[in-house]
Design a protein around this ligand. Structure first.
Ligand code: FPP
Length: 279
């Protein structure tokens, strides 16, 4: 991992992103849109990776943890400020008991074995999902790791474990009602403030490995305007070059957020795609 202390003093600060040389001549609004600050990943293909090697599926998940360890370092080197990874969905409980138990144990063991190093490396850990449904020792390990790393600033790692986008919205609506909110006060900002991701930026890009092109209940609200990227690489094989290819693809795209250009300006007639030229 690049040894630059406090590279990102604030996740909301734009300075780090704007100091990158790529696009240095562009206005800030055009320039920052080229940079992935928050990357979300659907880590798919562990099972296929194991099956191809005649190994049990859990061996694929273990290899998936190793891939995640590497990607946290590569992402930090690429100046990504925040990573959100889909490690266990609210639907994954439907898998065979042995696999579910294996994933639970792996999650717990990984926190225990990696926490000190992650902390030393300046990684801030967060958990997104329904913590209360996990075993008491996992809940405790998660709380300890979040607390220990809360002041770290190099890169934030949000582990979505027992996470579901719909469950998150259900939890938010329940809490909004419990808080007695007036219907007239319900805005997008208010709903965002009730999500697990309150105070976090939306992901700029969502990568899905193993060639699948489904959203699978991942960050449904937050990824409304995220750029999607699918790669055939199985998650345990995902490495630095795959990450760079995804980031390069992102740089080629123009994000408009429903407007005609990222900066909110009307784009030149000649540059506009045919379907928005004539109104
Ligand atoms: C999808 O592959 C992957 C998962 C359901 C689990 C992802 C978990 C890890 C990478 C390891 C656990 C994470 C932590 C943070 C300890 P799949 O099993 O659906 O693969 P397949 O589609 O090829 O069967």
């Amino acid at each position: 991992m690049t040894k630059i202390q406090n590279l990102f003093p604030s996740l909301k600060g734009k300075e780090a992103a704007q100091s990158q040389s790529e696009g240095a001549n562009q206005p800030a609004s055009e320039q920052t849109q080229c940079i992935v600050r928050h990357l979300a990943i659907i880590m798919d293909g562990n099972g296929r990776w194991a099956t191809r090697r005649h190994l049990p599926r859990l061996a694929g998940h273990k290899a998936g943890v190793n891939a995640l360890r590497r990607v946290v370092e590569h992402a930090s080197d690429e100046h990504i400020e925040m990573l959100s990874v889909y490690a266990f969905s609210t639907e994954n409980w439907r898998r065979p008991r042995r696999e579910v138990e294996g994933l639970m144990r792996l999650f717990w063991e990984t926190i225990r074995s990696d926490l000190e190093k992650l902390h030393r490396d300046g990684v801030r850990l967060r958990h997104l999902g329904r913590l209360q449904d996990l075993s008491p020792d996992i809940q405790q390990a998660v709380r300890d790791s979040v607390e220990l790393t809360r002041n770290n600033t190099r890169i934030a790692l949000n582990v979505c474990f027992n996470y579901g986008g719909r469950a998150e919205l259900v939890d938010a609506v329940r809490q909004i009602i419990a808080d007695g909110r007036n219907p007239d006060s319900i805005t997008e900002e208010l709903i965002s403030s009730y999500l697990y991701t309150r105070d976090l930026p939306d992901p700029d890009m969502v990568i899905r490995t193993a060639g699948e092109m489904r959203v699978s209940n991942f960050l449904l609200w937050q990824s409304a305007y995220s750029e999607y990227y699918s790669t055939p690489t199985l998650w345990p094989d995902f490495g630095r070059e795959d990450l760079r290819a995804a980031l390069e693809s992102y740089r080629q795209r123009q994000r408009r957020f429903g407007s005609l250009s990222a900066s909110g300006h009307i784009i030149e007639e000649a540059a506009a795609p045919a379907h928005i030229k004539r109104r």
